[in-house]
Design a protein around this ligand. Structure first.
Ligand code: T4K
Length: 405
């Protein structure tokens, strides 16, 4: 495999791309194909495709055991799970969330005409700053949604104290946190409930999917019914519900992938260490670290491009894309800069300085079971050349049409 050694080797300078195939950030981790197909075959023979089928029930059982929670209610995706969780908890008025998250965290509220109020993050953790949350509490506040961004725990102790002091409901968007722990306790059992996404791009996927997990029996029963239109029995609807059901084929994928979680973690961890060791040698780049004393899924390889790096974050992304590395600027530009929030609250950014700082710096790189050691070495070689003033000299200029010809 060729590596980038000098500025002239870069595709933005007219050279052919380093990679022939596109390298994605969100390539799915897929478990044993034969076991998945066997489960799917059985499902087809049974003629039971959705609506609380046997695969779903087994899946919920396995997930709750794995996470150490009493209830897992599997859903069609993480966004609907967030909507059902906030609805079941009776949230209304204002709910405090980070702006530095995937827009679904805010949209799940807005979709129900609950106002998301954006609180700032800590620049080192990328997670909610409890002091910022406190500042955003008003008489209209009914809840807080903490996000365990990149699978690293939100400040659970501080957020619980705030929620208790102010009589607020606290739940977590744990979309990134499957298989991760804080102080040795798996994410999933904090707050009133936690919501996972099992989207294809996540560490653990069910094609599309998600779950609400909780130790609260009453809440669990309510969300279970709300997931199925609010039906409490034939012809008897007792809640405003929706269709949040997970299909049997998704549960089959989930059961299969659960059996290979250790393999996915091992691969991600290996990749993470290779990236970390490589990035350590490059001035002006930082990589977000995971606490090796905790359980981590190591799914997100998060770089921060500091101002002293010779080229800007956007130029790094442009250079990587030109090499067929589809790095992403998650979660630029922050929810408060997306519609409808930027029209509703044009000045929200004034209280979100760390959100801006982090969103302007971050790049997420490909990880997962489809990326190889050699490919990671290639990606690192691009970053090294971009970061080496001696070899690189000036800011990259795209080759002109004439130079390409
Ligand atoms: N809360 C948080 C904190 C979240 O991160 C998310 C989802 C949610 C809530 C909502 O959960 P869900 O309702 O989605 O269950 C992707 C995912 O669609 C989204 O699930 C995820 N967060 C977000 C971080 O990433 P996009 O818009 O970046 O997706 P897209 O289509 O650009 O795909 C990402 C990369 O992955 C591309 O390079 C293509 C590649 N890819 C994608 C799929 C689906 C594959 O290689 N194979 C695939 O099957 O949102």
């Amino acid at each position: 495999m060729k590596r980038i050694q000098k500025a002239a080797d870069l595709a933005i300078n007219g050279a052919p791309p380093l990679f022939d195939e596109v390298l994605h950030v969100g390539r799915p981790n897929i478990g044993d194909r034969a076991r998945f197909l066997a489960r799917t075959n059985d499902m087809l023979d049974r003629g039971w495709l959705s609506n609380n089928g046997p695969l779903l029930q087994e899946f919920e059982q396995r997930v709750s055991e794995y996470l150490g929670v009493t209830h897992c209610i599997a859903m069609c995706n993480g966004t609907i799970a967030l909507e059902i969780a906030t609805r079941a908890l009776g949230l209304k008025g204002e709910v405090i969330v980070p702006s530095y998250t995937f827009v679904a965290t805010a949209h799940a509220l807005q979709w129900q005409e609950i106002t998301p109020i954006f609180a700032d993050i800590e620049s080192t953790t990328h997670n909610l700053d409890p002091r910022a949350v406190q500042r955003m509490i008003t008489p209209r506040t009914t809840g807080i949604i903490g996000v365990h961004l990149w699978g690293r725990s939100a400040p659970t102790t501080e957020l619980q104290a705030l929620a208790d002091d102010h009589g607020l409901k606290l739940l977590y968007d744990a979309s990134h946190g499957f298989g991760c722990s804080v102080a040795g306790r798996k994410l999933g059992s904090f707050g009133a409930c936690e919501v996972f996404s099992f989207h294809a791009t996540k560490f653990f996927n069910t094609f599309e999917g998600g779950a609400i997990v909780t130790n609260d029996h009453v809440l669990a029963e309510k969300v279970r019914l709300m997931r199925n239109f609010g039906f409490a029995g034939y012809d008897d609807v007792i809640y405003p519900g929706t269709n949040g059901k997970m299909t049997e084929v998704a549960a089959a994928m989930g059961l299969t992938n659960l059996e290979d979680l250790d393999v996915f973690v091992r691969i991600n961890h290996r990749n993470y260490r290779q990236y970390r060791d490589g990035v350590e040698r490059i001035d002006g780049l930082d990589m977000l670290h995971y606490d090796e004393h905790e359980q981590n899924n190591y799914q997100y390889i998060v770089l921060e491009v500091r101002p002293e790096f010779p080229v800007t974050r956007d130029e790094v992304v442009r250079a990587l894309h030109a090499e067929n590395v589809l790095a992403r600027k998650y979660f630029w530009p922050g929810c408060h800069n997306m519609e409808p929030y930027r029209s509703y609250y044009p000045n929200a950014g004034l209280v979100l300085p760390n959100t801006r700082l982090v969103a302007e710096r971050v790049i997420v790189l490909p990880n997962g079971s489809s990326i190889t050691e050699v490919q990671i070495a290639g990606i690192l070689s691009i970053l090294e050349v971009l970061g080496d003033r001696a070899r690189y000299g000036s800011r990259p200029q795209p080759a002109t049409r004439a130079e390409h010809a």
